[in-house]
Design a protein around this ligand. Sequence first.
Ligand SMILES: NC(=O)c1ccc[n+]([C@@H]2O[C@H](COP(=O)([O-])OP(=O)(O)OC[C@H]3O[C@@H](n4cnc5c(N)ncnc54)[C@H](O)[C@@H]3O)[C@@H](O)[C@H]2O)c1
Length: 291
Amino acid sequence: MVTDAQRDAAEAFGGGLAVITGAGAGIGAGLARHAAALGMAVVVADISRERAEEVAAEIAAAGGTAHAMTVDVAHAGRIEQFAQEVHERFGNVRLLINNAGIETVGYTWEIPAERWDATLDINIHGVVHGVRAFMPHMIASGEECWVANLSSVGGFGQMPIQTSYIMSKHAVQSFTECLALEVGLLDVPVHVSAIIPGMVRTRIFDATDADKGEVAVAHRTAMREAMAANGMDLDKACERIMDQLATGRFWVSTQPRMTRMFVEKRAAFLSEQAEPQLAPELAPMFAHRKK
Ligand SMILES: NC(=O)c1ccc[n+]([C@@H]2O[C@H](COP(=O)([O-])OP(=O)(O)OC[C@H]3O[C@@H](n4cnc5c(N)ncnc54)[C@H](O)[C@@H]3O)[C@@H](O)[C@H]2O)c1
């Protein structure tokens, strides 16, 4: 059954071009499939050409239009080149989703400098430079369009062992809020949204070569298990995201009650100037690590 929200989303987005980074897997791939199903042509961009091609082929097999492209969002110059190519080959972008992101786990001082840099370059600078590269074309088009950045409930939270990731999501949330204000200073039909997933079942917690030490390995395993047990279905999450984006709202949540809980906890922490404290529900995950 087609819902009113899906009809509205098809009306807003159908016939337009979507550019989604990190679309070779997980949420990016799910959003690419949903955007195509709404009638958008989709640029499936990923650092992995193979994964981008797989997702584009899957969309084409389902009757949609997709173009696989390779980009490493960690490099400003490469995103600028990518944006130029997209503009020249496909014209105006109606929906840009800066989605590519990585998880990094471990004690801050055990994570190699290169992995710290990669986390901040992909999760923060990838979003900033995605906006820098595409926004001028989008504004110049004069057409209604959407820019959405992947924040997280973690963008309001505190979590040890995922420090680089959590701080990157606070940065993306703050960046996106200020970006919305900047766009608001202009009389242009550009919507800015922060996409705030709670926990959605993807492979973001799969083990990587970057995991150094027992703590990192154990934490990734615990998070992977939590995601398998409590994560939201990917398709459902992406359908919710597309429906909310179409309304032009700033706050786009996969699990709105979870977002509210994180925001309220953050607000209380700040207004009480409380000490940073491990959330009681997370305590069991870390109890065995006390020396
Ligand atoms: N899954 C969740 O529960 C969750 C929760 C909150 C926020 N998020 C955010 O959603 C986004 C997507 O996460 P996911 O869970 O789908 O992850 P994922 O690991 O399943 O997919 C991420 C994709 O990004 C690509 N990628 C990685 N580095 C890249 C780079 N430098 N340039 C281009 N592409 C790159 C990967 O190849 C992969 O295809 C991330 O920003 C993540 O922080 C996810």
